[in-house]
Write a new protein. Structure first.
Length: 279
């Protein structure tokens, strides 16, 4: 397993001076460098938020963390440590967000926004996270205007590499929200679809689904069919089949991932230790 050993003061000074690279530094404002909760740990970085959660004896709190997923540089992510603990957030959107989700293939590949706010973590990072060993599951959280919260999980979950256009792979659905991704809802099936952006049309419609507008706002990048029974990257309408739409408004949504089977996690301080976690 790859590790990336860092020392707290060196890391923070290096971030500020651009001497230490972070893969998605463009997704973190300098004022939030001190908010990285594991920047002061004198040991190797973990591989995802669940790794951090289990290594802390399930005491870690939600917030910004650095992880190492096999890239040369660490990655900044937001970890949700409640709701079962150790979820890595890779998408967040609020209704009428000021963040533009109408982005290019390259931007969706590398990620955009702020990891402690509305953002897309990046398709390449999603691919690496879901292919680094073990099985992962997807969780979608939908927050309605009336105060209710719905969720849907898919297990397993993975995103194929760029050569396959970051194709979405989903397993069985569970949860309180409808299956809007793997079920043929409204004649749209998102499972096994390639990713489409404004400059890379890989959907099954005669037009580019990412360019189609609703009240003047395009849908953003997504795993479109022809086009969507769900789309969570359109700022002026968070859409999830019958659960989030024009009649049932949702004010925000998140997409998260977590291991769904025991994975061997290793970390290094003065001596190497390996743990097998089952959950």
């Amino acid at each position: 397993m790859l590790t990336y050993v860092v020392i707290s003061s060196v890391l923070l000074l290096g971030l500020a001076s651009n001497k230490i690279g972070v893969t998605n530094k463009h997704m973190l404002e300098e004022v939030h460098y001190e908010d990285i909760l594991n920047a002061h740990e004198h040991k190797a970085l973990h591989t995802d938020c669940h790794d951090i959660y289990m290594s802390s004896q399930q005491t870690a709190t939600s917030g910004l963390y650095l992880i190492h997923i096999g890239t040369q540089r660490p990655l900044v992510v937001f970890c949700e440590m409640s709701k079962g603990g150790g979820w890595t957030v890779f998408q967040k959107i609020t209704l009428n967000s000021t963040l533009d989700f109408n982005r290019t293939w390259s931007e969706y590949k590398q990620g955009f926004g702020l990891v402690n706010g509305d953002h897309w973590l990046g398709n390449e990072h999603l691919h690496m996270l879901t292919h680094k060993g073990g099985r992962y599951r997807l969780k979608v959280e939908l927050f309605r205007d009336n105060g209710t919260e719905l969720w849907a999980e898919y297990d397993p979950f993975r995103v194929d590499g760029e050569a396959s256009k970051y194709k979405l792979r989903l397993g069985l659905h569970s949860g309180t929200a409808a299956d809007a991704l793997s079920q043929d809802s409204e004649a749209y099936l998102h499972d096994n679809q390639k990713f489409t952006t404004i400059d890379s049309d890989n959907d099954n419609y005669f037009q580019n689904c990412a360019e189609l507008v609703y009240n003047g706002v395009s849908g953003g990048g997504w795993w479109y069919d022809a086009c969507a029974g769900a789309i969570l990257n359109r700022p002026n309408l968070i859409y999830w089949h019958e659960d989030c739409n024009r009649n049932n408004s949702c004010h925000s949504a998140r997409m998260l991932l977590q291991p769904s089977e025991p994975i061997k996690h290793c970390f290094v301080s003065h001596s190497e230790k390996c743990h097998m976690y089952s959950f």
